[in-house]
Design a protein around this ligand. Structure first.
Ligand code: GLV
Ligand code: MN
Ligand code: MN
Length: 416
């Protein structure tokens, strides 16, 4: 490490990450923190307390996006934002999102302790529901902040129990006007998110920092297949309309669609399969699949998306069952802003850390922030590239180095 006045306290941050991981609905080491559940609300309370202790001014919007601001010497100028999410998909790990939130807070504390005086205000942002777990839509908070989704569609989203987002958020204590969530285009002069890579490249190449150049385009489909149920002993095979057998063909078609583009960046996953009625001696009459399709480039992603839709229609026709396809989202990719990429690369150089420029195959709230503001991301390695699993791991040293680079980047963006 080169000499710098900015000293990041890796041990304090590791302790905070551990405390946050304990606020969960899963047995440790797994973490589950779903939007507006008690665990989510307790995690928010934990963060607010830490932000207040750091002297930041905290506010929350009508969705629960949380902002913690360090006022600069020109408070009317567009601020510099940083942050990520604290919600966690069922049975995941402790670093996804949290490194960017608690690491962002640590970056602000380290900058303050160094005597740094920001000209632009610096603001930590904890986005509501980056994960799609509850309402089937990822990046709920950042979509609303960027205007990618309007207030009415957000209000009407329903969770698997049929509860409206608008009712659930109010019950959780977020009662303001959803139409006010959207940020003005000059709210931030730049936004930068620190995150674990969620892939193997940095670790494999022993490079401590990734500077993100683009974020892949995500799409998601819900496929509802309806056949005919009946007695597993009584209904003869030629008479069956088994919805799960149809679903099995669709799942394989999803895999084939991603492989068929022959690009290494097309990926497709069927992550949800709900079978009704789900009894061993009953023929499945209804199956709901949720399918995630992505690529760094839009064209191959859309080719795979189309191939999956065609496969669903073909399977339904062949098996004489009903199929309904709902496109949950199909978003374009984002290019990271050259000014933020250069600031991050300069920060790596200042610290003497090797950096690799790379795309992000996972999506992040930065995908939507990039629609309004010059945006960038800083990646750190995670063991084996593992994420969305309880054994997700980044070392305290790796996290500290990421926070150092984030702090230097914020300092550069705030005062130039
Ligand atoms: C975010 O968690 C993603 O699925 O990319
Ligand atoms: Mn995630
Ligand atoms: Mn994440």
């Amino acid at each position: 490490m080169k000499d710098s006045a900015i000293q990041v306290d890796g041990a304090r941050l590791a302790n905070e990450l551990e405390e946050l991981a304990a606020i969960s609905d899963a047995e440790p080491p797994a973490v589950t923190r779903v939007l507006y559940t008690d665990a989510d609300l307790r995690a928010r309370a934990f963060l607010k307390k830490r932000c207040a202790a750091a002297g930041l001014a905290v506010r929350e919007d009508a969705l629960g996006n949380l902002f913690a601001r360090w006022m600069g010497s020109t408070p009317q100028a567009p601020a510099i934002g940083t942050g990520s999410h604290t919600d966690a998909i069922p049975h995941s790990g402790r670093y996804d999102g949290t490194v960017g939130v608690l690491g962002g807070l640590e970056a602000l504390r380290a900058l303050r302790a160094s005597g740094f005086q920001p000209r632009r205000s610096l603001e930590l942002l904890m986005f509501t529901s980056e994960e799609p777990t509850r309402f089937g839509l990822g990046c709920v908070g950042s979509r609303a902040l960027s205007g990618a989704t309007d207030a009415k569609s957000l209000a009407e989203l329903r969770d698997p129990e049929g509860q409206r987002l608008d009712d659930v958020r109010k019950a959780a204590g977020f009662g303001g006007d959803l139409a006010q969530v959207r940020l003005a285009p000059d709210y931030y002069a730049a936004f930068v998110e620190l995150h674990i890579e969620q892939g193997p490249l940095l670790e494999r190449e022993s490079v401590p920092i990734g500077v993100v150049t683009a974020i892949a385009a995500p799409a998601a489909l819900r496929v509802e297949l309806e056949g005919a149920g009946g007695h597993a002993g009584g209904v003869l095979m030629p008479d069956r309309k088994d919805a799960l057998c149809a679903a099995a063909e669709v799942v394989l078609a999803v895999e084939a669609a991603a492989r068929a583009t022959h690009g290494p960046d097309t990926v497709a996953t069927t992550g949800v399969c709900k079978v009704h009625p789900g009894a061993i001696n009953s023929i499945p009459n209804k199956v709901v699949l949720e399918i995630d399709i992505r690529d760094v480039a839009l064209a191959p992603r859309d080719i795979a998306l189309k191939a999956v839709k065609e496969a669903v229609a073909a399977v339904a026709a062949k098996r004489g069952i009903q199929a309904r396809v709902t496109e949950l989202n199909a978003d374009p990719p984002a290019t990271m802003a050259p000014a933020v990429v250069s600031a991050a690369l300069k920060a790596c150089k200042k610290r003497g850390y090797e950096a690799r420029q790379m795309p992000s195959r996972a999506y992040h709230d930065s995908l939507y922030m990039a629609r309004l503001f010059p945006t960038g991301m800083i990646f750190i390695p995670c063991r084996g590239g593992v994420s969305h699993r309880p054994d997700e791991f980044s070392s305290t040293d790796a996290i500290r180095m990421g926070v150092e680079v984030l702090a230097e980047t914020l300092a550069e963006l705030a005062n130039t």
